[in-house]
Ligand binder design. Sequence first.
Ligand code: SAM
Length: 258
Amino acid sequence: MKAVFDCVSIFPEMFAALTGSGITRKAQEAGLWSLALWNPRDYADNAWRTVDDRPYGGGPGMVMRAAPLEAAIHAARARQQAAGVTKSRVIYLSPQGVPLNHASVVEMAADTRAGVGLVLLCGRYEGVDERLIERVVEEEISIGDFVVSGGELAAMLLMDAIIRQLPGALGDAASAAEDSFVSGLLDCPHYTRPEVYAGQAVPEALLSGDHARIRRWRLKASLARTRKRRPELLAQRALSAEETQLMTEIRLEQCGEQ
Ligand code: SAM
C-alpha cells in the first residue's frame, strides 16, 4: 500500500518543497505516497480565522488553540480511513519529543507500507494547547535538540526520510542501503571526476576496477570515519571478523601518523 500522510499546518504551501522537487516529487508521481493538507484556520470558529490565543498565566508568545487543531486532525483521520488505512498514528512534531533516528524512520516506513497512515501535527508560536496533546496525540517526535519556528520543516524531514525508504523511491535501491546509519556506520567518502582536483587525487583503490578491493576500501573508510566522528556508534555495534581486522589496521596507521 502507498504511504499515506496528512499534515495539519497553518502554512500548507510550505509542503510544495516536498511535492515539487526531487526524489519525493518523483515518488509521489509514481504513486508511492499521498499527502493531504489540513489548515486549522478552516476549522476556526471566528470570522478572522485565528487559531492562536494568549497563554494563560501570561508571558510572551501565543499558543495554538485546541479546538481548530482537533477538528483538522479529525478530518485528516476520516480521509485516511476513506483511503483505506488500517490505523492512523497522530504525531506531534515537537522539540520535546523522542529524537528521530534511522531505526524509527525504518519502523515508520514499514508501518506506512503495512497500511498505517501518519497524521503530522505542525505546531507554531509557543506550541499547542497541552490538552490537545493529551486528547489526540499518540507520539511526539523531535528532529533534534534545537528549536525551529514551526513543525512544517520537521514534518517534511520526517516524510522525506520515510519516503526514501519506500521500495522504488530511489533510482538505485542500493544507494539507500549504503547510506549512513543503515549498517550502524557512517557512509564512506565519495569522489567523482576529475581524477585530480586542486592537486588532490582520488584514492587509488577506487580507480583499480577491482570490486573486492573497492568494497574493502569503502568499508575501511566507513569504519575510520565512524571511529573519528561518531565513536559511540561503533561502541553499540558488533564487528565482523573483517571489520575487526580493518579496525586493527586503522589503529596501527593512526599510531604511525602520530
Ligand atoms: N516553546 C516550544 C518549546 O520550547 O518546546 C517551542 C515552540 S516552536 C517555536 C514552534 C513549533 O515548532 C513547535 O510547536 C513544534 O511543532 C515545532 N518545532 C520546533 N522545534 C522542533 C524540533 N526540534 N523538532 C520538532 N518540531 C519542532
